[in-house]
Design a protein around this ligand. Structure first.
Ligand SMILES: [Zn+2]
Length: 398
């Protein structure tokens, strides 16, 4: 059992649809709260989700495993494998009180509620049958009031506690006022509103006694913002349809005062499966079995730990959104610092392998598979190694 007086609380905040490109390059700027958090801890500037869809991506954050191990292969209709141990179950064994505030597809049927003493689920607004503005507005207020009550109740109860909060505000864009759109997109308005909400949320948090992790679950293509650099995407707004960086690269911030440096940046490629081993390392909890991710403390500048694990990584990625309609159309691939390779998981007609040379083509607009067949073969082999790992070892370059 842990020393409850010296052990820190843990807040994990996941923000739906918050991609790294929007976080750092939004034309309107102005994310005061989120960017202030960067000054309090470590920012991983090249972090990647495991999938471009909510449920499997969140499951990877909470278990440290890829979808082919944790068992949630798409947004709806899947549940967590009994063979994996989610973060909340680890923390229960060392005496934490555990609370979750979730929404979207993250219902109890997914079994992502495992290990939580209390699992508050709020209905996403876009799933409510009636779309009258007044009704949605009242639901939005109700959901927000539930969030403040959730925080007040569980922060006040004393620690150590673990709270996971998943915010759907970039999906649920029901606004207090029907303001004239001054930005290029409603997404920007929603992000601005979310940042204000986060200022209040973090007002509840004592950073000296709380480890804080903030990350997106996946990115989001918004034509009004992205069409110039990605003109061939056939959607107005979407995610889950590919493994492009715009859909898989997410902000990842970690704050642990007195332990992690403040205002530090890490530029190595890391992945959200690293969150769980990093937190277990900070809390001195050994994992029950070998995990594919790494303890990110090893990736910090001038880390005294072995930093080699952070270099040369091959990150497995999957596109399995309901937008693809059938598993036949799912894609998976692998990414390193220089290349991204992907191929269909099924027999999707008219779709072949894709290879992108990221240094020359960061928007992944030019498939160079035919020009670099040998690179593609190496990437495919690395992906097969990841898939065959079966629970041990980190994916490294061959
Ligand atoms: Zn999501």
């Amino acid at each position: 059992m842990i020393d409850v007086l010296s052990t820190k609380n843990l807040l994990l905040l996941t923000i739906d649809c918050l991609g790294a490109d929007k976080f750092w390059n939004l034309p309107s700027g102005g994310l005061d709260c989120l960017h202030r958090l960067e000054t309090l801890g470590v920012t991983f500037r090249r972090a990647f989700a495991t999938t471009s869809s909510t449920t499997p991506s969140i499951a990877s954050i909470l278990t440290g495993e890829y979808p082919f191990v944790h068992g949630i292969q798409s947004t709806r209709g899947w549940s967590l494998s009994p063979r994996v141990i989610p973060l909340a179950e680890y923390l229960k064994t060392i005496g934490y009180k555990t609370y979750a505030y979730a929404s979207g597809p993250l219902r109890e049927e997914t079994r992502l509620n495992r290990g939580f003493d209390e699992f508050v689920y709020v209905e996403p607004l876009h799933r409510i049958g009636m779309f009258r503005w007044g009704l949605q507005l009242s639901r939005m207020r109700r959901n927000t009031a539930l969030l403040w009550k959730f925080l007040e109740t569980h922060v006040a109860i004393g620690g150590p506690w673990f709270q996971w909060i998943h915010l759907l505000d970039l999906h649920d864009r029901w606004r207090k006022h029907r303001r004239r759109v001054t930005y290029a997109s409603e997404y920007e308005h929603a992000l601005e509103d979310l940042d204000k909400k986060l200022s209040k949320l973090f007002g509840y948090i004592d950073f000296d006694h709380t480890i804080v992790v903030v990350c997106g679950d996946h990115g989001h293509f918004v034509r009004a913002l992205d069409h110039r650099r990605m003109p061939n995407i056939p959607y107005r707004e979407a995610h889950g349809f590919h493994v492009y960086d715009v859909l898989t690269r997410v902000p990842l911030l970690m704050i642990n005062r007195g332990v992690l440096p403040e205002g530090a940046n890490v530029d190595h490629c890391v992945q959200t499966i690293d969150v769980l081993p990093t937190l277990l390392g900070m809390l001195h909890v050994p994992p029950d079995h070998p995990l594919p991710g790494i303890d990110l403390v090893s990736a910090l500048p001038q880390s005294s730990r072995d930093a080699t694990a952070a270099h040369g990584r091959q990150l497995y990625l999957q596109a399995c959104g309901s937008i693809l309609k059938s598993p036949e159309n799912y894609l998976h691939g692998i990414r390193n610092e220089f290349w991204k390779y992907c191929e269909p998981m099924g027999s999707s007609p008219g779709r072949g392998p894709e290879l992108y040379r990221l240094a020359d083509d960061p928007e992944e607009q030019h498939n160079v598979y035919e020009d670099y067949r040998e690179v593609a073969a190496e990437m495919r082999e690395a992906m097969a190694k990841c898939l065959g790992r079966n629970g041990s070892g980190v994916c490294h370059e061959a």
